[in-house]
Design a protein around this ligand. Structure first.
Ligand code: SAH
Ligand code: SF4
Length: 408
């Protein structure tokens, strides 16, 4: 994120050289700033700290990007803000709203085809009412190279900054507001899962400050039970997270023994299962009685003939016996050249039954958004592919036109 130290703003008496410098100096983007950062920013401008809360509400609750609309702020301050800062979400290059209510966005966060990230919103009805869960990305690509994951196959491109992370939530909420007057606007997303592209614990600071905004009453005011971070198991960062914020934790387990997990989730070689389970136990213990941390969610992708045997279910029972957990079985989403297939429905149900009979809460994730390619990990691949195909098609048309022209 742009540093607040780059300020202060251009003065009225700026010399020509300063004016040029100021013109090239990028405006500070307020979108990804936490409350503490924004308070510091206003203090640097010589303003009172409480302005931070006012501006945060305009940005994150009313989706206002034009300082002129911030009517509880003086005209003078609005003009000053206009000069030195902006509220800019990442660029949406593709969006689609499905018949089943699923929505997806592809954002461009840099130059080139490799700079796309995806965000998916999945609605669901449950006993507490209707949920809208947003799946947010934290990195472009991922360095951890899990063998069943299309993001991993892209390699690591770069970390997203806080503007780009919280910007995904901002855009999703804003998508319901287009014709709603400012005074009547309300946030629509009820739950966030950090389960999009990338490993959130390897972009720790940006993810932490984005999650702080999600929980902040001046921003999204979400319940800590409704913000979930999913990790493949970066053990030291799980301990750090336990100190820094109280959110729900999900672990991408995918294998019940080290031998298989080393193959599917290579970071297991660095932090094997024993260390991972111990870190989860510490995470739950750290929360104390007041905490929402009653269990961790265990994610387990169902790969046909690879990790779905009855003995794997038995190993899961042993592995998790001292860890309060809820298990979520994920039918594998295939992608081009994937070396795996999806376990059959019967096999998934048998796996679930073994775990349920042993006393675990075990659910099967519904595959949603198939009609818009929004299923987990597939989106960017399809968009990139379409872009390539469009380019090839344009080239073919141009070649044909050339031939027609040359034939007179
Ligand atoms: N890096 C983090 C969060 C992003 S992945 C993590 O690994 O937890 C979010 C979830 O989607 C993880 O559980 C991941 O294992 C799962 N996933 C990845 N590729 C998948 C695929 N092709 N089919 C089904 N689930 C997949
Ligand atoms: Fe990275 Fe998660 Fe994919 Fe593994 S599953 S490669 S950690 S995004």
């Amino acid at each position: 994120m742009a540093s607040v130290i780059d300020l202060p703003a251009p003065t009225e008496h700026a010399q020509p050289a300063d004016a040029v410098q100021n013109a090239v100096r990028a405006k500070v983007n307020l979108l990804g700033m936490s409350r503490a950062e924004l308070e510091g920013f206003f203090e640097q401008l010589g303003e009172k700290k409480f302005r931070a809360g006012q501006v945060m509400k305009w940005i994150h609750q009313y989706f206002v990007t034009d300082f002129a609309e911030m009517t509880n702020i003086s005209g003078k301050l609005r003009a000053k803000l206009e000069q030195v800062c902006e509220i800019t979400a990442p660029e949406v290059v593709h969006r689609h709203y499905s018949k089943d209510g699923t929505r997806k966005w592809v954002f461009r966060v840099g130059d080139g085809a490799g700079s796309l990230v995806e965000t998916v919103l999945i609605p669901a009805e449950d006993k507490t009412g209707s949920r809208k869960t947003l799946c947010i990305s934290s990195q472009v690509g991922c360095a951890l190279d899990c063998s069943f994951c299309s993001t991993g196959k892209q390699g690591f491109q770069r970390d997203l900054n806080p503007d780009e992370i919280i910007g995904q939530l901002w855009v999703a909420n804003q998508s319901y507001m287009e014709d709603v007057p400012v005074a009547e606007r309300e946030r629509s997303v009820t739950n966030v899962v950090m389960m999009g592209m990338g490993e959130p614990l390897l972009n720790y600071d940006a993810v932490l400050s984005s999650m702080q905004l999600m929980l902040d009453d001046f921003a999204y005011g979400m319940s800590k039970r409704r913000v979930t971070l999913s990790t493949s198991g970066v053990v030291p960062k799980i301990d750090q997270l336990a100190q820094d914020i109280d959110v729900a934790l999900a672990i991408s387990l995918h294998a019940p023994n080290d031998e298989l997990r080393n193959e599917l989730v290579p970071i297991n070689k660095k932090y094997p299962l024993e260390q991972l389970i111990a870190a989860c136990q510490r995470y739950l213990a750290k929360g104390g009685n007041e905490s929402t941390r009653k269990h961790v969610t265990i994610e387990y992708v169902m790969l046909d003939g690879v990790n779905d045997h009855p003995e794997h279910a038995q190993q899961m029972i042993k592995l998790l016996k001292n860890l309060p957990s809820k298990i979520n079985l994920i039918p594998f989403n295939p992608f081009p050249h994937a070396p795996y297939g999806r376990s059959s429905r019967n096999r998934i149900i048998a796996f679930q039954k073994t775990l349920s009979d042993a006393g675990f809460v075990c659910t099967i994730r519904q595959t949603r958004g198939d009609d818009i390619d929004a299923a987990c990990g597939q989106l960017v691949g399809h968009v990139a592919d379409r872009t390539r195909r469009a380019e090839q098609w344009k080239k073919k048309v141009a070649e044909r036109q050339e031939i027609i022209r040359s034939q007179g």
